[in-house]
Design a protein around this ligand. Sequence first.
Ligand SMILES: NC(=O)C1=CN([C@@H]2O[C@H](COP(=O)(O)OP(=O)(O)OC[C@H]3O[C@@H](n4cnc5c(N)ncnc54)[C@H](OP(=O)(O)O)[C@@H]3O)[C@@H](O)[C@H]2O)C=CC1
Ligand SMILES: O=C(O)CCCC(=O)O
Length: 484
Amino acid sequence: MINLNNTDLLLDSCPVGGEWSHAQSGKTMSVVNAATGQKIAEVPLMGQAETQQAIAAAEMAQKAWKMQTAASRAKILHRWVSLIQENTEDLARLITSEGGKPLAEARGEVNYAASFISWFAEEAKRVDGVLLQPTNPDQRFIVSKQPVGVCAAITPWNFPAAMITRKVAPALAAGCAIIVKPAEQTPLTALALAKLAELAGLPKALLQVITGDAKEIGGELCRNATVRKLSFTGSTETGRLLMAQCAPTIKKLSLELGGNAPVIVFDDADLGLAVKGIMASKFRNSGQTCVCANRIYVQSGIYQKLCDELVKAVEALKVGNGMDDGVTQGPLINAKAIEKVELHLNDALQKGATLLTGGHKHPLGGNYFAPTVVANITQEMRFAREETFGPVAALFKFDRDDEVVNYANDTEFGLAAYIFTQDAKRQWQIPEALEYGMVGVNTGLISNEVAPFGGIKQSGLGREGSRFGIDEYLEMKYVCVNLA
Ligand SMILES: NC(=O)C1=CN([C@@H]2O[C@H](COP(=O)(O)OP(=O)(O)OC[C@H]3O[C@@H](n4cnc5c(N)ncnc54)[C@H](OP(=O)(O)O)[C@@H]3O)[C@@H](O)[C@H]2O)C=CC1
Ligand SMILES: O=C(O)CCCC(=O)O
Protein backbone atom coordinates (compact mmCIF):
# COMPACT_ATOMS: atom_id res chain seq x y z
CA MET A 1 0.00 0.00 0.00
CA ILE A 2 1.07 3.58 -0.59
CA ASN A 3 0.13 6.06 2.07
CA LEU A 4 -1.02 9.25 0.26
CA ASN A 5 -2.66 12.40 1.62
CA ASN A 6 -4.68 12.70 -1.58
CA THR A 7 -5.82 9.19 -2.47
CA ASP A 8 -7.24 10.50 -5.78
CA LEU A 9 -3.64 10.47 -7.02
CA LEU A 10 -3.45 6.68 -6.91
CA LEU A 11 -5.01 5.77 -10.23
CA ASP A 12 -5.93 2.47 -11.87
CA SER A 13 -7.12 3.83 -15.22
CA CYS A 14 -5.53 5.83 -18.04
CA PRO A 15 -6.52 9.16 -19.58
CA VAL A 16 -7.12 7.94 -23.13
CA GLY A 17 -9.49 9.34 -25.71
CA GLY A 18 -10.64 12.06 -23.33
CA GLU A 19 -11.81 9.67 -20.56
CA TRP A 20 -10.16 7.76 -17.75
CA SER A 21 -10.36 4.24 -19.16
CA HIS A 22 -9.48 0.62 -18.50
CA ALA A 23 -7.98 -1.66 -21.15
CA GLN A 24 -10.51 -2.80 -23.76
CA SER A 25 -9.53 -6.37 -22.89
CA GLY A 26 -10.05 -5.68 -19.20
CA LYS A 27 -6.49 -6.88 -18.57
CA THR A 28 -4.23 -5.21 -16.02
CA MET A 29 -0.57 -5.34 -15.03
CA SER A 30 0.89 -5.15 -11.54
CA VAL A 31 3.07 -2.40 -10.17
CA VAL A 32 5.42 -3.51 -7.41
CA ASN A 33 7.22 -1.64 -4.67
CA ALA A 34 10.88 -1.57 -5.69
CA ALA A 35 12.03 -1.92 -2.08
CA THR A 36 9.78 -4.75 -0.91
CA GLY A 37 8.77 -6.47 -4.13
CA GLN A 38 5.14 -6.32 -2.97
CA LYS A 39 2.31 -5.44 -5.34
CA ILE A 40 1.09 -1.89 -4.78
CA ALA A 41 -1.34 -1.37 -7.66
CA GLU A 42 -2.78 -2.62 -10.92
CA VAL A 43 -2.84 -0.46 -14.05
CA PRO A 44 -4.43 -1.14 -17.45
CA LEU A 45 -2.61 -3.42 -19.88
CA MET A 46 -3.38 -1.46 -23.00
CA GLY A 47 -2.15 -2.06 -26.54
CA GLN A 48 -2.56 -1.08 -30.17
CA ALA A 49 -6.32 -0.37 -30.13
CA GLU A 50 -6.13 2.10 -27.24
CA THR A 51 -3.07 3.74 -28.82
CA GLN A 52 -4.98 4.30 -32.06
CA GLN A 53 -7.85 5.78 -30.07
CA ALA A 54 -5.45 8.12 -28.23
CA ILE A 55 -3.82 9.27 -31.47
CA ALA A 56 -7.19 10.12 -33.04
CA ALA A 57 -8.27 12.05 -29.92
CA ALA A 58 -4.94 13.88 -29.76
CA GLU A 59 -5.27 14.96 -33.38
CA MET A 60 -8.68 16.53 -32.70
CA ALA A 61 -7.64 18.19 -29.44
CA GLN A 62 -4.46 19.67 -30.89
CA LYS A 63 -6.36 21.58 -33.58
CA ALA A 64 -8.00 23.82 -30.95
CA TRP A 65 -4.97 23.94 -28.61
CA LYS A 66 -2.61 25.29 -31.24
CA MET A 67 -4.98 28.22 -31.82
CA GLN A 68 -4.71 29.40 -28.21
CA THR A 69 -2.14 32.07 -27.46
CA ALA A 70 1.12 31.06 -25.82
CA ALA A 71 0.09 33.13 -22.80
CA SER A 72 -3.17 31.27 -22.35
CA ARG A 73 -1.40 27.91 -22.66
CA ALA A 74 1.13 29.16 -20.12
CA LYS A 75 -1.60 29.97 -17.60
CA ILE A 76 -2.75 26.35 -17.57
CA LEU A 77 0.82 25.09 -17.36
CA HIS A 78 1.54 27.37 -14.39
CA ARG A 79 -1.58 26.06 -12.64
CA TRP A 80 -0.25 22.54 -13.24
CA VAL A 81 3.04 23.54 -11.59
CA SER A 82 1.16 24.87 -8.54
CA LEU A 83 -0.77 21.62 -8.18
CA ILE A 84 2.42 19.57 -8.53
CA GLN A 85 4.04 21.69 -5.82
CA GLU A 86 1.02 21.33 -3.53
CA ASN A 87 1.15 17.56 -3.98
CA THR A 88 4.94 17.18 -3.77
CA GLU A 89 4.83 14.79 -0.86
CA ASP A 90 2.35 12.43 -2.51
CA LEU A 91 4.18 12.48 -5.84
CA ALA A 92 7.47 11.81 -4.05
CA ARG A 93 5.90 8.86 -2.25
CA LEU A 94 4.70 7.44 -5.56
CA ILE A 95 8.18 7.86 -7.07
CA THR A 96 9.89 6.20 -4.12
CA SER A 97 7.38 3.37 -3.92
CA GLU A 98 7.52 2.34 -7.56
CA GLY A 99 11.08 3.40 -8.46
CA GLY A 100 12.94 2.95 -5.17
CA LYS A 101 14.89 6.20 -4.87
CA PRO A 102 15.17 7.76 -1.39
CA LEU A 103 12.32 10.11 -0.49
CA ALA A 104 14.61 13.17 -0.33
CA GLU A 105 15.77 12.47 -3.89
CA ALA A 106 12.17 11.90 -4.97
CA ARG A 107 11.13 15.29 -3.55
CA GLY A 108 14.04 16.80 -5.49
CA GLU A 109 12.79 15.09 -8.62
CA VAL A 110 9.28 16.54 -8.19
CA ASN A 111 10.81 20.00 -7.98
CA TYR A 112 13.03 19.27 -10.99
CA ALA A 113 9.99 17.99 -12.93
CA ALA A 114 7.99 21.12 -12.13
CA SER A 115 10.89 23.34 -13.20
CA PHE A 116 10.55 22.15 -16.82
CA ILE A 117 6.86 23.10 -16.89
CA SER A 118 7.47 26.62 -15.50
CA TRP A 119 10.38 27.08 -17.87
CA PHE A 120 8.58 26.04 -21.04
CA ALA A 121 5.36 27.89 -20.11
CA GLU A 122 7.43 31.05 -20.36
CA GLU A 123 9.67 29.92 -23.23
CA ALA A 124 6.63 29.44 -25.51
CA LYS A 125 5.99 33.18 -25.29
CA ARG A 126 9.33 33.73 -27.01
CA VAL A 127 8.68 31.50 -30.03
CA ASP A 128 9.13 34.22 -32.62
CA GLY A 129 9.37 34.28 -36.39
CA VAL A 130 11.57 36.48 -38.62
CA LEU A 131 11.25 38.55 -41.75
CA LEU A 132 14.21 37.85 -44.04
CA GLN A 133 15.78 40.27 -46.49
CA PRO A 134 14.21 39.41 -49.89
CA THR A 135 16.26 38.80 -53.02
CA ASN A 136 13.60 40.68 -55.06
CA PRO A 137 12.10 44.09 -54.03
CA ASP A 138 8.59 42.82 -54.84
CA GLN A 139 8.80 39.88 -52.47
CA ARG A 140 8.63 39.34 -48.70
CA PHE A 141 10.14 36.29 -46.98
CA ILE A 142 8.43 35.32 -43.74
CA VAL A 143 9.64 32.54 -41.45
CA SER A 144 7.30 31.42 -38.67
CA LYS A 145 7.27 28.49 -36.27
CA GLN A 146 4.37 26.12 -35.84
CA PRO A 147 3.72 23.22 -33.48
CA VAL A 148 4.74 19.83 -34.83
CA GLY A 149 1.29 18.35 -34.08
CA VAL A 150 0.70 15.04 -32.33
CA CYS A 151 3.77 13.89 -30.37
CA ALA A 152 4.64 10.75 -28.43
CA ALA A 153 6.95 10.20 -25.47
CA ILE A 154 8.36 6.88 -24.27
CA THR A 155 9.93 7.32 -20.87
CA PRO A 156 12.10 5.33 -18.42
CA TRP A 157 11.68 4.33 -14.76
CA ASN A 158 14.70 6.15 -13.31
CA PHE A 159 13.04 9.61 -13.38
CA PRO A 160 9.32 8.77 -13.50
CA ALA A 161 8.26 12.44 -13.25
CA ALA A 162 11.06 14.56 -14.70
CA MET A 163 11.55 12.57 -17.90
CA ILE A 164 7.84 13.04 -18.58
CA THR A 165 7.67 16.79 -17.92
CA ARG A 166 10.92 17.44 -19.83
CA LYS A 167 9.05 16.20 -22.93
CA VAL A 168 5.42 17.04 -22.17
CA ALA A 169 6.00 20.65 -21.08
CA PRO A 170 7.69 21.88 -24.28
CA ALA A 171 5.19 19.92 -26.38
CA LEU A 172 2.13 21.44 -24.68
CA ALA A 173 3.71 24.90 -24.46
CA ALA A 174 4.45 24.85 -28.19
CA GLY A 175 0.84 23.89 -29.02
CA CYS A 176 1.24 20.14 -29.55
CA ALA A 177 -0.71 17.22 -28.06
CA ILE A 178 1.33 14.40 -26.53
CA ILE A 179 0.80 10.74 -25.69
CA VAL A 180 3.05 9.24 -23.00
CA LYS A 181 3.97 5.60 -22.59
CA PRO A 182 5.66 5.39 -19.18
CA ALA A 183 7.96 2.55 -18.12
CA GLU A 184 6.14 -0.53 -16.87
CA GLN A 185 7.80 -0.17 -13.46
CA THR A 186 6.66 3.43 -12.85
CA PRO A 187 3.21 4.15 -14.35
CA LEU A 188 1.66 5.54 -11.15
CA THR A 189 3.66 8.77 -11.14
CA ALA A 190 2.74 9.36 -14.79
CA LEU A 191 -0.96 8.86 -14.12
CA ALA A 192 -0.88 11.18 -11.09
CA LEU A 193 0.83 13.90 -13.16
CA ALA A 194 -1.85 13.58 -15.84
CA LYS A 195 -4.60 13.84 -13.20
CA LEU A 196 -3.04 17.07 -11.88
CA ALA A 197 -2.81 18.45 -15.43
CA GLU A 198 -6.51 17.75 -15.86
CA LEU A 199 -7.30 19.51 -12.57
CA ALA A 200 -5.22 22.46 -13.79
CA GLY A 201 -7.64 22.84 -16.68
CA LEU A 202 -5.71 21.20 -19.50
CA PRO A 203 -8.29 20.32 -22.17
CA LYS A 204 -8.97 16.62 -22.64
CA ALA A 205 -6.76 14.44 -24.85
CA LEU A 206 -3.83 16.86 -24.98
CA LEU A 207 -1.91 14.77 -22.45
CA GLN A 208 -2.77 11.08 -22.62
CA VAL A 209 -0.98 8.30 -20.77
CA ILE A 210 -1.09 4.71 -21.99
CA THR A 211 0.19 1.93 -19.77
CA GLY A 212 0.69 -1.57 -21.08
CA ASP A 213 2.47 -3.53 -23.74
CA ALA A 214 5.60 -1.59 -24.81
CA LYS A 215 5.94 -3.29 -28.17
CA GLU A 216 2.28 -2.81 -29.17
CA ILE A 217 1.98 0.76 -27.92
CA GLY A 218 5.45 1.78 -29.14
CA GLY A 219 4.88 -0.01 -32.45
CA GLU A 220 1.70 1.98 -33.13
CA LEU A 221 3.19 5.29 -31.98
CA CYS A 222 6.09 4.79 -34.41
CA ARG A 223 4.05 3.41 -37.30
CA ASN A 224 1.13 5.86 -37.21
CA ALA A 225 1.63 8.75 -39.63
CA THR A 226 -0.49 11.13 -37.51
CA VAL A 227 2.23 11.04 -34.84
CA ARG A 228 4.78 13.54 -36.14
CA LYS A 229 7.36 13.32 -33.39
CA LEU A 230 8.72 10.77 -30.94
CA SER A 231 10.80 11.65 -27.91
CA PHE A 232 12.42 8.74 -26.10
CA THR A 233 14.64 8.36 -23.04
CA GLY A 234 16.07 4.95 -22.29
CA SER A 235 18.61 2.43 -23.50
CA THR A 236 20.54 2.87 -26.73
CA GLU A 237 19.33 -0.55 -27.83
CA THR A 238 15.65 0.42 -27.60
CA GLY A 239 16.38 3.87 -29.05
CA ARG A 240 17.93 2.25 -32.11
CA LEU A 241 14.87 0.05 -32.59
CA LEU A 242 12.45 2.98 -32.25
CA MET A 243 14.49 5.05 -34.70
CA ALA A 244 14.23 2.26 -37.26
CA GLN A 245 10.49 1.92 -36.62
CA CYS A 246 10.02 5.67 -37.18
CA ALA A 247 11.91 5.64 -40.47
CA PRO A 248 8.94 4.70 -42.70
CA THR A 249 6.95 7.76 -41.51
CA ILE A 250 10.05 10.05 -41.27
CA LYS A 251 9.23 11.31 -37.80
CA LYS A 252 11.06 14.03 -35.97
CA LEU A 253 13.05 12.31 -33.21
CA SER A 254 14.59 13.19 -29.89
CA LEU A 255 16.62 10.39 -28.32
CA GLU A 256 18.22 10.54 -24.87
CA LEU A 257 20.05 7.26 -24.71
CA GLY A 258 22.76 5.50 -22.76
CA GLY A 259 25.90 7.10 -21.41
CA ASN A 260 29.30 5.89 -20.23
CA ALA A 261 30.34 9.04 -18.40
CA PRO A 262 34.03 9.52 -17.67
CA VAL A 263 35.14 11.51 -14.63
CA ILE A 264 38.72 12.78 -14.88
CA VAL A 265 40.49 13.82 -11.68
CA PHE A 266 43.79 15.58 -12.31
CA ASP A 267 46.64 15.78 -9.78
CA ASP A 268 45.89 19.47 -9.21
CA ALA A 269 42.24 18.86 -8.28
CA ASP A 270 40.72 19.99 -5.00
CA LEU A 271 40.42 16.52 -3.44
CA GLY A 272 37.34 17.36 -1.32
CA LEU A 273 35.51 18.79 -4.32
CA ALA A 274 36.43 15.79 -6.48
CA VAL A 275 35.14 13.29 -3.91
CA LYS A 276 31.93 15.30 -3.44
CA GLY A 277 31.44 15.50 -7.21
CA ILE A 278 32.05 11.78 -7.71
CA MET A 279 29.63 10.89 -4.92
CA ALA A 280 26.94 13.12 -6.43
CA SER A 281 27.41 11.89 -9.95
CA LYS A 282 28.02 8.22 -9.21
CA PHE A 283 25.59 7.48 -6.38
CA ARG A 284 22.58 9.62 -7.38
CA ASN A 285 19.63 7.24 -7.70
CA SER A 286 22.01 4.41 -6.70
CA GLY A 287 23.99 4.88 -9.90
CA GLN A 288 20.95 4.59 -12.15
CA THR A 289 21.06 7.69 -14.30
CA CYS A 290 22.38 8.09 -17.81
CA VAL A 291 24.76 10.83 -16.61
CA CYS A 292 26.17 8.81 -13.69
CA ALA A 293 29.96 8.49 -13.55
CA ASN A 294 30.78 5.14 -15.14
CA ARG A 295 34.57 5.43 -15.43
CA ILE A 296 36.61 7.41 -12.92
CA TYR A 297 40.07 8.23 -14.29
CA VAL A 298 42.45 9.47 -11.58
CA GLN A 299 45.94 10.83 -12.21
CA SER A 300 48.70 8.85 -10.50
CA GLY A 301 49.81 11.63 -8.11
CA ILE A 302 46.40 11.88 -6.41
CA TYR A 303 45.23 8.29 -7.00
CA GLN A 304 45.88 6.76 -3.58
CA LYS A 305 44.52 9.74 -1.65
CA LEU A 306 41.37 9.79 -3.77
CA CYS A 307 40.86 6.02 -3.31
CA ASP A 308 41.10 6.43 0.48
CA GLU A 309 38.73 9.40 0.68
CA LEU A 310 36.21 7.90 -1.72
CA VAL A 311 36.06 4.65 0.25
CA LYS A 312 35.35 6.65 3.44
CA ALA A 313 32.53 8.56 1.72
CA VAL A 314 31.04 5.41 0.21
CA GLU A 315 31.13 3.54 3.51
CA ALA A 316 29.13 6.39 5.07
CA LEU A 317 26.20 5.84 2.67
CA LYS A 318 23.06 4.36 4.20
CA VAL A 319 21.35 1.64 2.20
CA GLY A 320 17.67 0.85 2.77
CA ASN A 321 14.05 1.40 1.89
CA GLY A 322 13.82 4.89 0.39
CA MET A 323 10.86 5.66 2.68
CA ASP A 324 13.05 5.36 5.79
CA ASP A 325 14.75 8.37 7.35
CA GLY A 326 18.38 8.94 6.51
CA VAL A 327 18.52 6.39 3.67
CA THR A 328 20.73 7.63 0.84
CA GLN A 329 20.80 4.51 -1.35
CA GLY A 330 17.64 2.67 -2.31
CA PRO A 331 17.30 -0.67 -4.10
CA LEU A 332 18.12 -1.14 -7.77
CA ILE A 333 15.12 -1.33 -10.06
CA ASN A 334 15.07 -5.13 -10.53
CA ALA A 335 17.03 -8.37 -10.44
CA LYS A 336 18.32 -7.78 -13.97
CA ALA A 337 19.99 -4.58 -12.81
CA ILE A 338 21.76 -6.50 -10.03
CA GLU A 339 22.91 -9.12 -12.55
CA LYS A 340 24.44 -6.41 -14.77
CA VAL A 341 26.36 -4.90 -11.85
CA GLU A 342 27.66 -8.34 -10.84
CA LEU A 343 28.65 -9.14 -14.43
CA HIS A 344 30.74 -5.96 -14.71
CA LEU A 345 32.28 -6.44 -11.29
CA ASN A 346 33.18 -10.12 -11.77
CA ASP A 347 34.65 -9.38 -15.18
CA ALA A 348 36.90 -6.70 -13.64
CA LEU A 349 37.95 -8.82 -10.65
CA GLN A 350 38.83 -11.76 -12.91
CA LYS A 351 41.00 -9.43 -15.00
CA GLY A 352 42.96 -8.10 -11.99
CA ALA A 353 40.92 -5.25 -10.46
CA THR A 354 41.08 -4.65 -6.70
CA LEU A 355 37.97 -4.43 -4.55
CA LEU A 356 38.23 -1.57 -2.02
CA THR A 357 34.76 -1.79 -0.45
CA GLY A 358 31.39 -3.44 -1.09
CA GLY A 359 31.30 -5.79 -4.07
CA HIS A 360 28.32 -7.90 -3.04
CA LYS A 361 24.54 -7.89 -2.69
CA HIS A 362 23.53 -5.96 0.40
CA PRO A 363 22.51 -8.06 3.45
CA LEU A 364 19.02 -6.50 3.19
CA GLY A 365 18.47 -8.87 0.24
CA GLY A 366 15.98 -8.06 -2.55
CA ASN A 367 17.42 -5.70 -5.13
CA TYR A 368 19.86 -3.99 -2.79
CA PHE A 369 23.53 -3.85 -3.76
CA ALA A 370 26.29 -2.66 -1.41
CA PRO A 371 27.85 0.63 -2.59
CA THR A 372 31.15 -0.41 -4.08
CA VAL A 373 34.56 0.99 -4.97
CA VAL A 374 36.83 -1.03 -7.23
CA ALA A 375 40.32 0.07 -8.28
CA ASN A 376 42.91 -0.80 -10.94
CA ILE A 377 40.31 -0.91 -13.72
CA THR A 378 41.68 -1.02 -17.26
CA GLN A 379 40.37 -0.29 -20.75
CA GLU A 380 40.00 -4.05 -21.37
CA MET A 381 37.26 -4.43 -18.76
CA ARG A 382 33.47 -4.10 -19.23
CA PHE A 383 33.44 -0.99 -17.04
CA ALA A 384 35.35 0.79 -19.80
CA ARG A 385 32.85 -0.09 -22.52
CA GLU A 386 29.37 -0.61 -21.06
CA GLU A 387 26.99 1.44 -18.95
CA THR A 388 26.85 -0.26 -15.52
CA PHE A 389 23.78 1.60 -14.14
CA GLY A 390 24.53 0.67 -10.54
CA PRO A 391 26.33 1.81 -7.36
CA VAL A 392 29.88 0.89 -8.34
CA ALA A 393 32.70 3.45 -8.55
CA ALA A 394 35.27 2.02 -10.99
CA LEU A 395 38.69 3.70 -10.70
CA PHE A 396 41.28 3.82 -13.49
CA LYS A 397 44.80 5.29 -13.09
CA PHE A 398 46.37 7.54 -15.74
CA ASP A 399 49.48 9.70 -16.19
CA ARG A 400 49.17 12.08 -19.15
CA ASP A 401 46.41 14.48 -20.32
CA ASP A 402 46.42 13.26 -23.94
CA GLU A 403 46.26 9.65 -22.76
CA VAL A 404 43.17 10.24 -20.58
CA VAL A 405 41.34 12.23 -23.25
CA ASN A 406 41.84 9.30 -25.62
CA TYR A 407 40.53 6.85 -23.02
CA ALA A 408 37.55 9.07 -22.23
CA ASN A 409 36.59 9.40 -25.91
CA ASP A 410 37.12 5.70 -26.67
CA THR A 411 33.42 4.78 -26.51
CA GLU A 412 30.41 4.89 -28.79
CA PHE A 413 28.64 7.03 -26.15
CA GLY A 414 28.89 10.81 -25.78
CA LEU A 415 26.45 12.07 -23.18
CA ALA A 416 28.11 13.56 -20.06
CA ALA A 417 31.70 13.87 -18.83
CA TYR A 418 33.19 15.52 -15.74
CA ILE A 419 36.64 16.89 -14.93
CA PHE A 420 38.20 18.03 -11.68
CA THR A 421 41.14 20.40 -11.93
CA GLN A 422 42.16 23.80 -10.57
CA ASP A 423 44.21 24.59 -13.67
CA ALA A 424 42.40 27.24 -15.77
CA LYS A 425 43.99 26.02 -19.00
CA ARG A 426 42.78 22.47 -18.42
CA GLN A 427 39.31 23.77 -17.49
CA TRP A 428 39.01 25.11 -21.07
CA GLN A 429 41.09 22.68 -23.12
CA ILE A 430 39.90 19.34 -21.75
CA PRO A 431 36.13 20.01 -22.20
CA GLU A 432 36.89 21.17 -25.75
CA ALA A 433 38.68 17.88 -26.47
CA LEU A 434 36.01 15.66 -24.90
CA GLU A 435 33.47 14.24 -27.36
CA TYR A 436 30.43 14.73 -25.12
CA GLY A 437 27.23 16.78 -25.22
CA MET A 438 27.71 17.98 -21.62
CA VAL A 439 30.78 18.49 -19.46
CA GLY A 440 30.91 19.35 -15.74
CA VAL A 441 34.00 21.17 -14.51
CA ASN A 442 34.55 20.74 -10.77
CA THR A 443 30.99 19.53 -10.29
CA GLY A 444 29.18 16.22 -10.52
CA LEU A 445 25.70 17.70 -10.96
CA ILE A 446 24.96 19.47 -14.23
CA SER A 447 21.25 18.92 -14.90
CA ASN A 448 18.74 21.76 -14.69
CA GLU A 449 15.89 23.18 -16.76
CA VAL A 450 17.97 26.08 -18.13
CA ALA A 451 20.76 24.04 -19.76
CA PRO A 452 20.53 21.89 -22.91
CA PHE A 453 20.53 18.22 -21.89
CA GLY A 454 21.59 15.71 -24.52
CA GLY A 455 24.33 13.70 -26.08
CA ILE A 456 26.28 13.06 -29.25
CA LYS A 457 27.37 9.83 -30.96
CA GLN A 458 25.18 6.90 -29.89
CA SER A 459 23.93 8.75 -26.80
CA GLY A 460 21.23 10.34 -28.88
CA LEU A 461 19.76 13.13 -30.90
CA GLY A 462 18.43 16.54 -29.93
CA ARG A 463 18.42 18.52 -26.70
CA GLU A 464 15.90 18.74 -23.88
CA GLY A 465 15.29 21.63 -21.50
CA SER A 466 16.75 25.09 -22.09
CA ARG A 467 15.70 27.65 -24.66
CA PHE A 468 16.70 25.16 -27.36
CA GLY A 469 14.39 22.38 -26.11
CA ILE A 470 11.19 23.87 -27.47
CA ASP A 471 12.55 23.78 -31.05
CA GLU A 472 12.19 20.00 -30.94
CA TYR A 473 8.40 20.52 -30.90
CA LEU A 474 8.25 23.20 -33.60
CA GLU A 475 8.49 23.21 -37.38
CA MET A 476 9.72 26.18 -39.35
CA LYS A 477 7.48 27.54 -42.09
CA TYR A 478 8.79 29.83 -44.85
CA VAL A 479 6.25 31.94 -46.74
CA CYS A 480 7.29 33.85 -49.87
CA VAL A 481 4.84 36.69 -50.64
CA ASN A 482 4.93 38.06 -54.17
CA LEU A 483 3.64 41.66 -54.17
CA ALA A 484 4.13 42.38 -57.89
N1 LIG B 1 19.14 6.81 -20.69
C1 LIG B 1 18.52 6.49 -19.58
O1 LIG B 1 18.16 7.34 -18.81
C2 LIG B 1 18.16 5.09 -19.29
C3 LIG B 1 18.99 4.08 -19.65
N2 LIG B 1 18.65 2.81 -19.37
C4 LIG B 1 19.61 1.75 -19.72
O2 LIG B 1 18.90 0.67 -20.26
C5 LIG B 1 19.12 -0.52 -19.52
C6 LIG B 1 17.87 -1.35 -19.55
O3 LIG B 1 16.78 -0.69 -18.93
P1 LIG B 1 15.32 -0.77 -19.54
O4 LIG B 1 14.34 -0.24 -18.54
O5 LIG B 1 15.07 -2.14 -20.06
O6 LIG B 1 15.40 0.29 -20.74
P2 LIG B 1 14.53 0.45 -22.05
O7 LIG B 1 15.21 1.38 -22.94
O8 LIG B 1 14.18 -0.87 -22.61
O9 LIG B 1 13.15 1.10 -21.49
C7 LIG B 1 12.85 2.46 -21.54
C8 LIG B 1 11.43 2.66 -22.06
O10 LIG B 1 11.33 2.10 -23.36
C9 LIG B 1 10.21 1.22 -23.39
N3 LIG B 1 10.43 0.15 -24.36
C10 LIG B 1 11.22 -0.94 -24.25
N4 LIG B 1 11.16 -1.68 -25.38
C11 LIG B 1 10.31 -1.02 -26.23
C12 LIG B 1 9.82 -1.29 -27.54
N5 LIG B 1 10.18 -2.37 -28.23
N6 LIG B 1 8.96 -0.41 -28.09
C13 LIG B 1 8.56 0.68 -27.41
N7 LIG B 1 8.97 0.96 -26.16
C14 LIG B 1 9.85 0.13 -25.58
C15 LIG B 1 10.10 0.73 -21.97
O11 LIG B 1 8.81 0.18 -21.77
P3 LIG B 1 8.58 -1.00 -20.70
O12 LIG B 1 9.10 -0.46 -19.41
O13 LIG B 1 7.11 -1.16 -20.71
O14 LIG B 1 9.33 -2.18 -21.18
C16 LIG B 1 10.35 2.01 -21.22
O15 LIG B 1 9.19 2.79 -21.23
C17 LIG B 1 19.55 -0.01 -18.15
O16 LIG B 1 20.33 -0.93 -17.47
C18 LIG B 1 20.34 1.22 -18.52
O17 LIG B 1 21.65 0.87 -18.88
C19 LIG B 1 17.47 2.52 -18.77
C20 LIG B 1 16.60 3.49 -18.38
C21 LIG B 1 16.92 4.88 -18.57
O1 LIG C 1 19.08 9.20 -16.63
C1 LIG C 1 18.36 9.90 -17.31
O2 LIG C 1 18.06 9.70 -18.49
C2 LIG C 1 17.70 11.02 -16.70
C3 LIG C 1 18.49 12.24 -16.77
C4 LIG C 1 18.92 12.61 -15.44
C5 LIG C 1 19.09 14.07 -15.37
O3 LIG C 1 18.25 14.80 -15.88
O4 LIG C 1 20.07 14.46 -14.77
